[in-house]
Each structure stands twice: as C-alpha cells, then as structure tokens.
Design a protein around this ligand. Structure first.
Ligand code: DOR
Ligand code: ZN
Length: 364
C-alpha cells in the first residue's frame, strides 16, 4: 500500500507554492501494533511515517521472553506492506518474575531495545505487570550496568487515587525514589501528561527522557466530555487540564533534547470503545506526524521539529540516526475516519477532519 492510498490529499483550488518541511526520517518510540488482523490493519500507517518503532509488549499473553519477542518481531515484519523498511524494536514486558540474565542476554543479542515497566493493573493488559517496583532492583541494576533503558508507565494503581492525580502520585511515590536508587539507569517517562512531570524529566536531564503523544498535545480533559462522552479520546494516562496541555506543547517544541515522539497509538475495535466499559487507548497512528508538525507550526517552532521527531530519541537510546528523509507539506489532508479490521473497524484520532499538514514523499 502506498502512502497516497492511505492518506487523501485534498486538491488545492489554486496552484501555488506549498510550504514544505523535509526532515530526517522520524521514529516512533512508543507504539502498540497489536497482533493478527489488527496488526495488519494498523501497521501500514505507522510504517508510512516512521522508520523505526519501539513496540509495546502488552499483548495477550505479554511478551516476556526472548522467544516470544522474536516470534512477534517476525509477525510484524511479515505484516509490513510490500517494499516497506519499517524496523520494529522490541521490548520486554517486566513482571515480578523477570530474570536479570534473560534481560541481559536479550539486550546483548539485539532482541530487546528496552524493557517496559507497567505497574500491575495500571492499564490495558497490565495485570501481569510489576507489583513492587523496589523488588525489581536486581533487574534494574542489571539494566543500569548494560545501558538498557527502562520505559515506565507512570501511574499509581491504588484505586483510591483520583484518576487525574495518578501520574502525579506515581512520580512522587515511585519515580523519584527509583531515580534516586538507580542513578545511572536510563529512564523514559512514557506519555508525559503533566507540567510537573515535564519538570521532573528536565531535572533529570541526561538519564531521563519523556515521550509526548500527539493526542495529549491536542486534547485536554474537557475534550473528553465535549458535548457528551467521547470514548475515542479516553486513554491512560487520561488527558489533564489545559495548563498541562500547554506545558506539553512547550516541552515538545522547546528544542529540549529530553523529549521525543512516542505516539502511544493504541488501537481498539470500535466495539471495545463504544462499550459499557470503554477500553483505554487512542488510535493516533494514522494522523501522528501531521498532528505533531501542525503543533510545531502553531508554536512557531518548525525549525525544531526534526530534533523532536528524528534525533532526540535515537540519541537517548544510543542508536544511529536514520539516513533517509520524509517531506511534510502544508497542504490540507483528510485521513479516513475509520480503519477496517475484518468486519469491524477502529476510529481514527482526527480522522475525517481537515488537517493543515499532509505527508509528502519519503526517501530511503
Ligand atoms: O490508553 C492506553 N492504551 N494506555 C496504555 O498505557 C495502554 C494502551 C493500550 O494498550 O491500549
Ligand atoms: Zn502505551
């Protein structure tokens, strides 16, 4: 499938110069590709935009072994559209039983790029996650020693904690102590949603970084209730107040090397979203780059977009920068409102809307 069949450009009424931005090919440092028919349906969107992706391991069952990661990587490679060079970077789902030796072996063999720490029960398929982060010390010490990043879903799991405070409580009670205990550990604070977490990442520059999603740059918590309940805008961590959205836009566009793309694109079938109990996750994968570049444009920061999209993450992970380029065009586009998955579908974040920027060509 080519990019032009996935993303419709709206014809311009009058010919004229189109503003374009050509950057090094970007990476997505946080992506849920799922498996089976869903993988096949959503992968082309991610692969049309990003050269590499950090693949989240919260499958059923979760990806906890080298063997499972290799098999999953094989399924992702097989699901790529013809001629596509998207490279999946696999992660290990940490549990209370994770062995430091398996972690080290997988990292040294190039199977794992990182490990993902879900506090048990924090989100979708996180029930096998870690129940006691302090007890994970032997694993984290080994990761620190070998330079392997830990990617953290930073939300408290105590059901008594208000859902809008879960990130803040986790940062105080778990993240700061972890950063104190493991001073040399590379930590990615995933999907940052608050101004205070932005400050925490900055205070630990060099060893901590933060990913920022497209949706948290666009919506605040009120958006989820705009005119009624909007299940397709519900994700975890849930969007916060407007002041936090503004802080995220400042962090992303600041030129600060600690922040980079992590779309957290998390597709769920419509039936799982429009349900009595709606699953958490926004499918932002089909409109991610268009959304990020729009934000940088609105903030007058297009000159800093390449660093956020294609340099900061690779540098933090210690990986080479990509070679090719992608061109973005300030030309309206409309992405399909839904992506079909067999007889069912997934609702696309900002699908069907007029987006001011579209994807142009990619050069490998
Ligand atoms: O909203 C979310 N959806 N947050 C997560 O952390 C997981 C994700 C998913 O896998 O659906
Ligand atoms: Zn995620």
């Amino acid at each position: 499938m080519s990019v032009s069949t996935l993303f419709d450009k709206i014809p311009r009424e009058a010919p004229g110069a189109v503003e374009t931005l050509t950057i090094r090919r970007p990476d997505d440092w946080h992506v849920h590709l799922r498996d089976g028919a869903m993988l096949k349906a959503v992968l082309p969107f991610t692969a049309a935009q990003f050269r590499r992706g950090i693949i989240m391991p919260n499958l059923v069952p979760p990806v906890t072994s080298i063997e499972a990661a290799l098999a999953y990587r094989g399924r992702i490679l097989a699901a790529r559209p013809e001629g596509c060079d998207f490279a999946p970077l696999m992660t290990c789902y940490l549990t209370d039983a994770t062995s430091p030796d398996e972690i080290e072996r997988g990292f040294r063999d190039g199977v794992w790029a990182a490990a993902k720490l879900y506090p048990a029960g924090a989100t979708t398929n996180a029930h096998h996650g870690v129940t006691d982060i302090a007890a994970l010390a032997p694993v984290l010490e080994r990761m620190e020693k070998i330079g392997m990043p830990v990617l953290i879903h930073g939300e408290a799991t105590d059901p008594a904690v208000d859902i809008f405070d879960r990130e803040a409580v986790f940062m105080e009670e778990e993240m700061l102590p972890l950063l104190r205990r493991h001073q040399g550990l590379k930590v990615v604070v995933e999907h940052v949603t608050t101004a205070e977490t932005v400050a925490l990442v900055r205070a630990h520059a060099g060893r901590a970084a933060g990913t920022i999603t497209p949706h948290h740059l666009i919506i605040n918590r009120t958006s989820i209730f705009q005119g009624g309940l909007r299940p397709h805008l519900y994700c975890l961590p849930v969007a916060k107040r407007e002041r936090h959205r503004l802080a995220l836009r400042e962090a992303a566009t600041s030129g600060d090397g600690n922040f980079f793309i992590g779309t957290d694109t998390a597709p769920h079938l419509r039936a799982a979203k429009q349900a009595e109990c709606c699953s958490a996750g926004v499918f932002g994968g089909a409109t991610a780059l268009q959304t990020y570049v729009q934000v940088f444009d609105e903030e007058g920061a297009l000159s800093r977009f390449e660093a956020f999209a294609a340099e900061n993450g690779a540098r933090f992970y210690g990986l080479p920068l990509n070679e090719g380029t992608i061109t973005l065009e300030k030309r309206p586009c409309r992405v399909s409102p839904v992506v079909a998955v067999g007889e069912e579908d997934v609702v696309v974040f900002r699908g069907g809307e007029d987006l001011p920027w579209s994807l142009g060509g990619t050069r490998p």
